[in-house]
Design a binder for this molecule. Structure first.
Ligand code: KIV
Ligand code: ZN
Length: 512
């Protein structure tokens, strides 16, 4: 029987560390449910000790998800580890993932600790964690740039203390495939008790090699766990992408010879959910989940694919969840059909009031747009006005006027702390005028660092999905809004970003 490759998804922890990608508890739970549907082996749900919000998200996911192991990150100290264990209490299968940096640079400059102190702390942390749960993962942060003799000493000691998984991060994305693969192989060969733990790879994508490095860690190094994120979401250039690593191992089973537990037909839905929740758009030419991944534009390719599919296709689009755009619901669809579709899409709204609210929004949309696709429904429920009626700002209505040769004007009505306010402004274009009208009242002073519009289902009839990224006092947040009118979508996205900017989010950075 072939070995199994464990897929450890860290979209909700490392992915969320990407500036602007922070998610609230409901959003995280929705994604966790999709990861469970995908049959991900381990879900790293967050870093419980970093903030009360993260603690609650890990706890809620641990209570709700039953088929995947739920993991919390924790620094190598008793307080973090206890918080992780507490948050994970309701899990069917719980893992604590504890880490401490082992490279000379990180120990000296960041931790201001000697190697001996780090060695002791790593041992004590794993010992403490093993008293609380049976499944303990240890990561030597910046492991790939660490002195190999020191790394061997630390890893041997933590395995003796009961670490069940050893994860070797290339924290800064410095590795190249052959060297990283051999690095893991060398560690496994040199450490006497290395066979007592599962070896794991965790690669960042700074040089665009996270997937290649992870696969080399598996093939050359013998790792049997890959840490990855949906769409490669993550700090800086991101992490190893789950969909790419999974489809590489599946498509080239002849080469890797490994089994996977993943149900790949849920990949695309997971990709879209993460993109719509975070506002991180998937590039069209992205492998597996990009809009063009299975599109054959050239005549020669189209002709070939029609004659024999495998002339130009190495994977089947259906295997990762691509289907022809289906009209799923319309104006005449009832509440039950809508609720069932939400369930099929993995969306679980918390209360009947939320379902009613979402259904009312669906009806409004169906009045304006005859064909409602799955993407429209996902955008609709990711609109925070469906589930977060207590948000500080909410969109009510907008009118704007623009004409060639004249300066556009906008007048917006929105709620601020439950009261309706009306504000007007001019601007360079209707979007600019609308956002300036909001800002004229709110005076957030935030700097806009990104504005993007994306057609949800590809035609001019489609809803526009707008992402607005705001920065203020060192915090970066993304707001998302969807509407067939892109000026309205922009105003909704701006208000959503303001809501996030004003929510409390003091947290401890995992690597900092
Ligand atoms: O990249 C990294 O080193 C990490 C660790 C905390 C595992 O994310
Ligand atoms: Zn990382």
């Amino acid at each position: 029987m072939a070995d199994k490759l464990i897929i450890f998804d860290t979209t909700l922890r490392d992915g969320e560390q990407s500036p602007g990608a922070s998610m609230n508890k409901d959003e995280k739970l929705r994604i966790a449910r999709q990861l469970e549907r995908l049959k991900v082996d381990v879900i790293e749900a967050g870093f419980a000790a970093s903030s009360n919000g993260d603690f609650e998200a890990v706890q809620c996911i641990a209570n709700a998800i039953k088929d995947s192991t739920i993991c919390s990150l924790s620094r190598a100290n008793d307080r973090d580890i206890s918080r992780a264990a507490e948050a994970l209490q309701g899990a069917n299968s719980a893992r604590i993932h504890t880490f401490i940096a082992t490279s000379a640079l990180h120990m000296e400059k960041k931790l201001r600790m000697t190697p001996d102190q780090v060695f002791e702390q790593a041992k004590l942390a794993v010992r403490f964690a093993r008293n609380l749960v049976n499944d303990v993962e240890f990561s030597p942060e910046d492991g790939y740039r660490s002195d190999v003799d020191f790394l061997c000493r630390v890893i041997e000691a933590v395995i003796s203390e009961g670490a069940t998984t050893i994860n070797v991060p290339d924290t800064v994305g410095y590795a190249v495939p052959e060297l990283y693969g051999n690095f893991i192989k060398n560690l496994r060969e040199r450490i006497p008790n290395s066979d007592k733990a599962i070896w794991s790879v965790h690669c960042h994508n700074d040089l665009g090699m996270a997937v290649a490095n992870s696969l080399a860690g598996v093939k050359i190094g013998g790792a049997r766990q890959v840490e990855c994120t949906i769409n490669g979401l993550g700090e800086r250039a991101g992490n190893c992408s789950l969909e790419e690593v999974v489809m590489a191992v599946k498509t080239r089973r002849d080469y890797f010879g490994l089994d996977l537990g993943i149900d790949t037909k849920h990949i695309l839905a997971a990709s879209r959910m993460v993109s719509q929740t975070t506002g991180f758009v998937v590039q069209p030419n992205k492998a597996v989940v990009g809009a063009n991944a299975f599109a054959h534009a050239s005549g020669i390719h189209q002709d070939g694919v029609l004659k024999a599919r495998d002339t130009y296709e190495i994977m089947r689009a259906e295997d990762v969840g691509w289907t022809a755009n289906k009209i799923v619901l319309g104006k005449l669809s009832g509440r039950n059909a809508f609720k069932q579709r939400l369930q099929e899409l993995g969306v679980q709204l918390e209360s009947e009031a939320d379902v009613n609210n979402a259904f009312a929004k669906f009806k409004e949309l169906a009045d304006r747009k005859s064909e409602i696709f799955d993407e429209d429904i996902l955008a609709l429920v990711s609109d925070e006005s469906v589930t977060h009626d207590k948000e500080q700002y909410g969109f009510v209505s907008l009118s704007q006027h623009s004409e060639t040769g004249e300066r556009p004007q906008a007048c917006i009505v929105f709620t601020a702390d439950g009261k309706e306010v009306k504000s007007s402004s001019d601007g360079n274009g209707p979007v600019d005028a609308s956002l300036k009208a909001i800002e004229a009242h709110v005076k957030s002073g935030a700097e806009m660092v990104l504005y993007s519009v994306n057609a949800i289902s590809g035609s001019t009839e489609s809803q526009g999905e707008v992402t607005v990224r705001l920065q203020n006092s060192g915090r970066v947040v993304n707001g998302i809004g969807a509407d067939p009118d892109i000026v309205v979508a922009s105003a909704k996205a701006y208000l959503s970003a303001l809501n996030k900017l004003h929510s409390k989010a003091d947290r401890v950075a995992a690597q900092g």
